[in-house]
Design a protein around this ligand. Structure first.
Ligand SMILES: Cc1cc2nc3c(=O)[nH]c(=O)nc-3n(C[C@H](O)[C@H](O)[C@H](O)COP(=O)(O)O)c2cc1C
Length: 323
């Protein structure tokens, strides 16, 4: 398949692995890139710019294919050392950055000066248009189904993607809820130039997470995610578990009076316990409704090639035959 996204990033298949906290290590990014997609290291999972530089170097040892780095701009009282992370990306020779969480305008000049392509991930048409206006090369349009932070507009991809196609000139990928070739074909039909997947890539052989996490995804259905932190306007879609039920009970009880401190036990610093130690009830962790479409734990190569083959078959077969 050749799309504006495969051309832009110099990749074989129009499939991107979105940044994922405590999943997007070098092993994950390299596996996706070696399979012909675009793998992304998650910048902030590395505690310092020096560690990110080492992770980039490690990834380079594992693949000769293009890979990128995700930079998530978080609302934080003491922000991470973003200038340092950007420097590590530039010095590491990385040529693709996925930005997310906030408007990346401040960082675009330095990224562009260094020949870095920027794909901004956002959850609305208005933010996508803003990204286009400030000079991003592409957008990842993340629908309400997505794992992680779906924003506060609650528009699903069935409407969001064709709306993005109506408005955008730069290429965009469909993000949120994607796991198979049917959806890749549908995303292309709706105007996207590829797909971005998070949750689906966690249930792969190479994903550097505890086996319990992969098994939890295979066991989960599309009904097993919950939206947490809505009252804080920092909504996150997570897999349901004992900690999430406790958190939701607190939200119900405290209503508008709730603050982050009240739920910190269920969300702060829980990722290593879940992803590395496999403590599945340690807290809320991002997971999409797409869990309902995850039935196996393939290699990244089998997953991506299978998706592309299925999409091609649908386009050439079922879709051509209805005409
Ligand atoms: C475990 C997990 C952690 C994530 N962490 C981040 C992150 O740190 N930064 C970010 O921009 N997106 C993050 N995401 C969102 C993904 O990059 C992607 O946009 C999303 O998973 C797409 O939806 P899907 O899970 O339905 O495929 C995360 C997603 C998951 C499942």
């Amino acid at each position: 398949m050749k799309t504006r996204i495969t051309e832009l990033f110099g990749i074989q298949h129009p499939v991107i692995q979105g940044g994922m906290h405590f999943v997007g290590f070098a092993e994950m990014a390299a596996a996706v890139s070696n399979a012909g997609g675009l793998g992304l290291i998650t910048g902030l999972t590395q505690r310092s710019p020096e560690l990110l530089a080492k992770e980039i170097a490690r990834c380079r040892e594992m693949t000769d294919e293009p890979f990128g780095v995700n930079l998530t701009f978080l609302p934080a009282v003491t922000p991470p050392d973003y200038p340092g992370y950007v420097q590590a990306i530039i010095e590491g020779g990385v040529k693709i950055v996925e930005t997310a969480g906030n408007n990346p305008a401040k960082w675009l000049p330095i990224l562009k000066e260094n020949g870095i392509k920027v794909i901004h991930k956002c959850t609305s048409v208005r933010h996508s248009l803003k990204a286009e206006q400030i000079g991003c090369d592409a957008v990842s349009v993340d629908g309400f189904e997505c794992g992680g932070h779906p924003g506060e507009d609650d528009v699903g991809n069935w409407v969001l993607l064709p709306r993005a196609a109506e408005e955008l000139k730069i290429p965009f990928v469909a993000s949120g809820g994607v796991a198979n070739g049917r959806q890749l074909a549908a995303a292309l039909a709706m105007g996207a130039d590829g797909v971005n997947m998070g949750t689906r890539f966690i249930a792969t052989k190479e994903a550097p997470v505890h086996e319990n996490v992969k098994q939890a995804l295979v066991a989960a259905s599309e009904l097993d995610t919950r939206l947490i932190m809505r009252p804080l306007r920092n909504t996150e879609r997570v897999l349901n578990n004992a900690a999430v039920e406790r958190l939701l009970a607190k939200e119900k009880e405290m209503g508008a009076n709730i603050s982050f401190a009240d739920i910190a036990e269920e969300v702060a610093g829980v990722y290593p316990r879940i992803m590395i130690d496999g403590e599945m009830d340690a807290g809320g962790w991002s997971c999409g409704m797409v869990a309902g479409l995850i039935h196996d734990i393939p290699t990244c190569k089998a997953l991506i090639e299978g998706m592309v083959a299925e999409a091609e078959q649908i386009i050439r077969g079922r879709l051509a035959a209805v005409l």
